[in-house]
Design a protein around this ligand. Sequence first.
Ligand code: ATP
Ligand code: MG
Length: 679
Amino acid sequence: MFDLNSLNPQQRKAVTHKKGSLLLLAGAGSGKTRVITCRIAHLLHQGVAARQILAVTFTNKAAREMAERVNEMVGKNSAKGMLIATFHSLCLRILKAHIDRLGFKKNFSIYASSDQQRLIRDLLREIGAESSSKAADQLLWRISNAKNHLISADKYQASDRDPLSALVTTIYPRYQQALKAFNAVDFDDLLMLAVQLLEQYPDILDHYCDRFQYQMVDEYQDTNPVQYRLLKLLASSHGNLCVVGDDDQSIYAFRGADVANILDFENDFPDTSVIKLEQNYRSTGNILAAANAVIKNNKQRREKALWTDSGTGAKIEYRLCEDGEDEARQVMEQIHIEKYKGKLKYGDFAILYRTNSQSRAFEEQLRYENIPYVLIGGQQFFDRKEIKDVIAYLKVIQNPADEVNLLRILNYPKRGIGTGSIDHIIRYSAEEKRSLWNILQQVDLVPKMQDRTAIACADFVTLIKRYQKRFKQPLRLLETLQELIAELKLADEIYRQEKDHQVARRRVENQEELFNSMAIYLERTPQPDLAGFLERLSIFDDSAAGKNDKESKLSSDSVTLMSLHSSKGLEFPVIFLAGMEEGFLPHKNSLADAAAIDEERRLCYVGITRAQQQLFLLGARQRRKYGKLDQREPSRFLSEIPAELLLQASSEQPAATTEEEKDASASNFFANMNQMFGD
Ligand code: ATP
Ligand code: MG
C-alpha cells in the first residue's frame, strides 16, 4: 500500500509536486528512486491515467524493479499502461512505430558491437586503410561519441588535435549508408534517430508529448546530450518533467554524460522547483562516513550533508589478499560465514569490480563452490562465436537485408559456397546495385556461376524463407529455434572444427543455453515474436552468463556479480568491493588525468554506498598478468577512509623466492601500507 506518511517532508513535497519541472538533487540512498516510484503511485491515486506516465531509468534491471515497486503499491491493474523504460528501450519503441518515415523498414536489425566491428573493418578494407580490430574500435568509439553529441555524419568535422578524425570523416558517412542499406541501426542510432523523428515530424512530437503528460527520469546526472535533447523534446509542450540525480554519482563522462546537464536543466526550464534530500536510509553510519570521507576529496561538487539515524553498524573490513584467486576464495569464505550466522540469503550479497574481466576468478570460485550467481552486464556470453552464429541466422531470418550477418552465415556451416564465389556474388551485387539477398534469390542469373554453387545458394535461400514462415508462429518459437539448430547441424560443425572435445562440448552447451533464454523470454512476454526475442538479446537483457546459472537465472536467490557501473541505484545488505588497487580503482587509464581520477572516486563512492549493513573491501598483493606476476599497490581511495572505520586483515606474506620478487614496487607497497595503517 502507498502511504504519504511513509515519506519525510522533503520527499513528500517532491511526490506531491503538481505540474511543472522539478529537480531533485540528493546524495546516495536518500530516497530519490523511491520518490519516483511513490510519485507514480501518487499520480495514479490522483486519477492520472497510467498511459500518461513515463519513467526513464538507466538499466533494464532498474526499470523492472521500479515497475515491481509500483505494482506492489497500487496493484498491477492500476499500473497497467504506464511506461517504465531505459532510454534505449523508449527510443526503440518510438522507432518501431515510425522508422519508415526515415526510410527504414520496420523489421530493421539492431547491430551489436560485433556486427559494427565487421562492418567497419569491411569499410576500412574497401578504402585500403588498416583494418585491424583495434583500428575499428577506435573509429567506432569516435562515431559513437559523435552520435552521443548529436553530430550526424554530414556535420562531422575533422579536428587538427585528433589525427584519426580525418578518417572518421571518410568512414562515418559510409558506415551510415551501409547501415541504411542493410536496414540496420546501431545502439547510438536508436537515440539519434528517435530525436531526428521528433525534430522533423511535429505530428510525432505532438503525439508523444501528449501521451506522456508526466515524465520522470532517474540517475539524471548521467544523461548525455542526445538523451537530454530527447527529454527536452518530449516535455516541450508541457514541461512536466521531474528529474532526480546526484552529481557525486556521475560516472558516464566517457559516454558523453556531463554533470553540467544539471545546470542546463535549470536554464532550460526556468521555473524549476529544486528539492534536496539529506537523510540516507540505506546504509549504517560507518559505511556512510566512509563514503562521505572519500567523496569529499573531489573538489568540484555540491557540498552535501548526508546523515543517517540507523546506528554506526559494523566496521568496514579491508582484506589484503595474496592474489586474485585468494581474493575470490576470501569472498566465498565470508559468504559462507555470513550465511552460517543465519538471516542472510545468497541474494543479499553482491560482488562489485571495476572491469568486467575481474569477474572470471569469482565465477570460477562460485561454480566450484556450487553457489548460484547472476552476472549482470557482462556481454561475454553473447560475444561467443557459437552464440553469434546462431544469432546471425535469426537476424537474417528477421531481416535478410542485413548483409553483415548474411555474409557471416552464407557458408557457415560449410555448404560449398567458397570465398571465391562469395566475392563474385558481392561484386555482381555492387555492379547491379542490388542487395545480396536479392541476387541470391535469382542466383542462376549471375554469370559464370558454377552449378553446384548456384544450387547451394538456392538451398540457402529456401532454408531462410522456410524459417521466416516458421518463426511467424509465436507459440512455436522455442521449437523452431531448436529445429533450426538441429537442421543446421551446428553441433557437428563445432565438433569438426574444435579438436578439444571438452571445449567443443561446452560450446554446444552454450548454444543450448539460448533455449533457456528463449524460454525465459516466452515466460515474460505476452506477445512474443522473433523480433522481440532479438531485441531482448541485444538490448533488453543486461544479465547474461555462462552455463551454471541455468537454475540461478530462474531462482531469485543468487549472489550478484557486476561492474561498479552496473551497480548504480541498487542496494545489497553485504557488498564486496574487489580489486581496491591502483590500476583497477582508480583504473590505469585514468592515472594521468585529475578529472578522470575524480570520476574514479565517484565510482568508488557509488560502490561503497551500495552497502546497507556490511562492506568488505578487497585487494591483492599481486596478480597474474599474461602469465607473469604483477605487484600491486593498494588503492589511494583506501587511505581516504578514516582508520577508525576500518578493520584490516591480510593473508600471510610468502617468503620471496627470487631477487626479482623483492623489487622496488613491493617495498613501495609495504611502505604505503604502513603509512596508511600506521603499523
Ligand atoms: P541512489 O543514489 O543509490 O540511487 P536513492 O537516492 O535512489 O539512492 P533509494 O534507492 O530510493 O535511494 O532509497 C534507498 C533506500 O532507502 C531504499 O531501501 C528505500 O526504500 C529507503 N528509503 C527511502 N526513503 C525512505 C523513508 N522515508 N523511510 C524509510 N525508508 C526509506
Ligand atoms: Mg536511485
